[in-house]
Design a protein around this ligand. Sequence first.
Ligand SMILES: CC(C)(COP(=O)(O)OP(=O)(O)OC[C@H]1O[C@@H](n2cnc3c(N)ncnc32)[C@H](O)[C@@H]1OP(=O)(O)O)[C@@H](O)C(=O)NCCC(=O)NCCS
Length: 173
Amino acid sequence: MQLRDGRVAVIRPAELSDARQLQAVNAAIVRADRGVVMEVSEIRPTDHWRAHIARFLHPGDLLLVAEVDGVVVGSLDIERIPVDSLYHNAELSMGVTPTHQGLGLGRALVDAGLEWSIDHEIGRLELYCLADNHRALALYESVGFVRAYLRKAFVRRRDGRVVDDWYMEWTHG
Ligand SMILES: CC(C)(COP(=O)(O)OP(=O)(O)OC[C@H]1O[C@@H](n2cnc3c(N)ncnc32)[C@H](O)[C@@H]1OP(=O)(O)O)[C@@H](O)C(=O)NCCC(=O)NCCS
């Protein structure tokens, strides 16, 4: 797909060899301190991301990465509830590294994730989104997620900030 700045992005399933770059994406998002709950001291090492990717190396769940100029700059995952009667439910999470936000990657990732969900008989997706994360809220609502309920004062930052959090859902079929 073509980005707003003219560059080309590739969206593809993650591979174990992406672990280091996925770690860097996540660390940069946490350091930017917008849209995520984790603190800098909680940034996870590459081994965590290798194990994370390994969890998705089967056809039931999805972990996509977005690559620009050969570098991973974003990801989206969709993880089902591994119980037969709940297998049509999954949780979505995603992130784009701060230097590449606003270029269309988030929309491309979420569009690809929803298309995969429809093809793989996922009837219900859920996610959590901080109430002050207006960019993500706008993106999710534009593709059909609705705000189901607000978890008041869900996050308490070390610096004293208190933030509400939306539980959102998307349903299909
Ligand atoms: C939220 C996030 C995934 C969006 O990715 P992105 O690549 O920046 O998004 P896009 O450039 O594709 O823009 C998608 C939509 O976001 C919204 N958006 C983008 N930039 C915006 C801005 N500056 N202000 C408000 N909304 C904005 C718009 O609705 C936009 O729709 P458009 O395609 O019609 O312009 C990304 O900003 C991110 O990773 N943020 C930090 C981590 C995070 O918030 N993850 C989600 C946790 S729930």
